[in-house]
Design a protein around this ligand. Structure first.
Ligand code: ADP
Ligand code: ZN
Length: 512
């Protein structure tokens, strides 16, 4: 009998399983349903590739990433696995269907939209199925950060083959999402396997943004080796690449708007390089296997803690020390909150708001970053990790409730439509032309702050925006969010971390 260890060694060339792989593979081979929550880089593919070889029949892999399927097929083929992807881009779909019926495929990748069609269901009736692997399984949950309605239609298909083991896989599911995945895919609670999420070699740093290009430039000086800088837009990717590209330290852009040829050329250059930096949108990273990425920087906040963890998880897969830097601004949160209120379906808004609040708590925290991240994924980490900014340089905290109350009052008295610079002028008693024009020099809040308080206005505004006590319109005009009243009434205090270095800002700079 060829044991799984022998298969692992002979076909994949690995000497041993990593972490929970062995447990997950064993369950699949015994015919049990499983939800495996494993961080990026933990080796999820092997968990279904090996059973695909060991079990009779074809493993059907449901994957939302059509763009990556060809890569996945090639990677599987490199281990001698007979694999194919059935997509609209398949050259000969009939041949693939025939191969499936004839039992000639070990693995078949298919997108959920196709998997849930009548035609595919009929096709599977004629096939011998070894396993259903549901990749990116968080897409099935409305609590997940990337809900795809098609995933909800998978259960009936799976239930047509009750005896076939199901293996749901995800890197990014918090507790609630996991519970939901189990229900949505018909997996028993005892089928949940969670790998340790900690990436101890990654050092986390979070800083207010103060000229992202300059901050990233400084980071590149301190940190040799390949890096990824995530930026919020295609434009920003191009601009940053242009600004930072230098002899000996190439910086290339990567985003979905690039010609496919250029995009894949930049990607190959990055994978091959030992010093290159990629200025990329989140289009970059999935399916890229580069173990020696030394830093991942974010020039703006990710969509959620899960997304942030997944993106930073691309650093240091080789286990050597690596860095994660997040440069955030209040406008990141203001924009995300506007998006939720205008673009997200009303019934999904509460969980989206909560997701953003958790991210705000993370960037604002004065306590161990790793502990916050790991608790988010349901672990019980020690209070301090010793390898994040807040552990290495514990920030002083100050109670800024009074400053916040004065700032909120100023926003209220000026009818909640002015930006932070104007409110600062009013509060500081600066009777400039605009202040006089609106008669704001006659308000009770005019000149009620001293220099020390004024120096805190921007960090306080940032904090209030992050926690939805203030909301900014697209011109920066500030109005109350749901968190404003409790602070104004003195029911809730506001404590912020004093940044380790005082950041100097130029006048008129957008970041605050
Ligand atoms: P994930 O999908 O969880 O992010 P992958 O399946 O892409 O991770 O695997 C990440 C890398 O780890 C791949 O290069 C893979 O070949 C490698 N790998 C997986 N399992 C093992 C193992 N048991 N031993 C050594 N390397 C492994
Ligand atoms: Zn820490």
């Amino acid at each position: 009998m060829t044991s799984v260890h022998q298969l692992l060694h002979d076909r994949f060339g690995f000497s041993h399983f990593r972490g929970v792989q062995e447990q997950v593979v064993a369950r699949a081979l015994e015919g049990h349903h499983t939800l495996a929550v494993m961080p990026t880089g933990a080796g999820k593919s092997l968990c279904y590739q090996l059973p695909a070889l060991a079990r009779h029949g074809t493993a059907i892999v449901i994957s939302p990433l059509i763009a990556l399927m060809q890569d996945q097929v090639r990677s599987a083929e490199s281990f001698g696995i007979n694999a194919a992807a059935l997509t609209s881009a398949s050259e000969d779909p009939r041949a693939i269907r025939d191969a499936l019926r004839d039992g000639k495929l070990d693995l078949l990748y298919v997108a959920p939209e196709r998997a849930t069609t009548e035609g595919f269901s009929r096709l599977l009736q004629e096939a011998d199925i070894a396993l259903f692997a549901i990749d990116e399984a968080h897409c099935v949950s409305e609590w997940g950060h990337d809900f795809r309605p098609d995933y909800r239609l998978l259960l009936p298909l799976l239930d047509q083959h009750r005896e076939v083991p199901r293996l749901a896989l995800t890197a990014t599911a918090d507790k609630r999402t996991r519970a939901d995945i189990l229900v949505q895919l018909g997996i028993g609670a005892d089928g949940l396997i969670v790998a340790g999420f900690d990436r101890p070699n990654i050092r986390y740093h979070v800083r207010p943004r103060d000229g992202a290009a300059r901050q990233v430039g400084a980071l590149m000086k301190d940190q040799p080796g390949p890096g990824i800088v995530y930026v919020p837009s295609r434009n920003a990717a191009e601009k940053l690449a242009e600004q930072l590209d230098a002899p000996g330290r190439r910086v290339l852009p990567y985003h979905a708007g690039l010609e496919p040829k250029v995009r894949s050329r930049n990607q190959s250059a990055f994978v091959a390089s030992e010093e290159m930096v990629m200025a990329a949108t989140i289009a970059f990273g999935m399916g890229i296997d580069k173990p020696d990425v030394r830093f991942v920087a974010h020039a703006g906040v990710s969509k959620s803690i899960e997304a942030y963890y997944q993106e930073t998880g691309r650093a240091g897969r080789d286990g050597d020390p690596a860095e994660a830097w997040l440069f955030w601004g209040a406008d990141d949160f203001a924009r995300a909150r506007r998006r939720i209120e205008t673009e997200v379906e009303p019934e999904r808004r509460p969980q989206e708001r909560e997701r953003l609040n958790m991210l705000a708590a993370f960037v604002e925290a004065a306590t161990c970053r790793r502990a916050i991240l790991l608790r988010h994924f349901g672990e019980e980490p020690p209070e301090r990790c010793g390898n994040c900014d807040n552990c290495l340089e514990p920030p002083a905290t100050i109670d800024v409730t009074t400053v916040a109350q004065k700032l909120l009052s100023a926003a209220f008295r000026t009818e909640m439509r002015f930006g932070v610079a104007h409110l600062e002028a009013v509060l500081g008693g600066n009777d400039n032309e605009k202040v006089r024009q609106f008669g704001h020099d006659r308000l009770s809040v005019f000149g009620i702050m001293d220099a020390e308080e004024l120096a805190l206005v921007k960090p306080v505004a940032r904090s209030l925006l992050a926690r939805d006590a203030l909301r900014a319109d697209e011109y920066g005009g500030l109005s109350f969010g749901p968190g404003a009243k409790p602070i104004l009434k003195g029911e809730q205090s506001l404590v912020i971390a004093v940044p380790p270095k005082r950041v100097r800002r130029k006048r008129g700079q957008a970041d605050y």
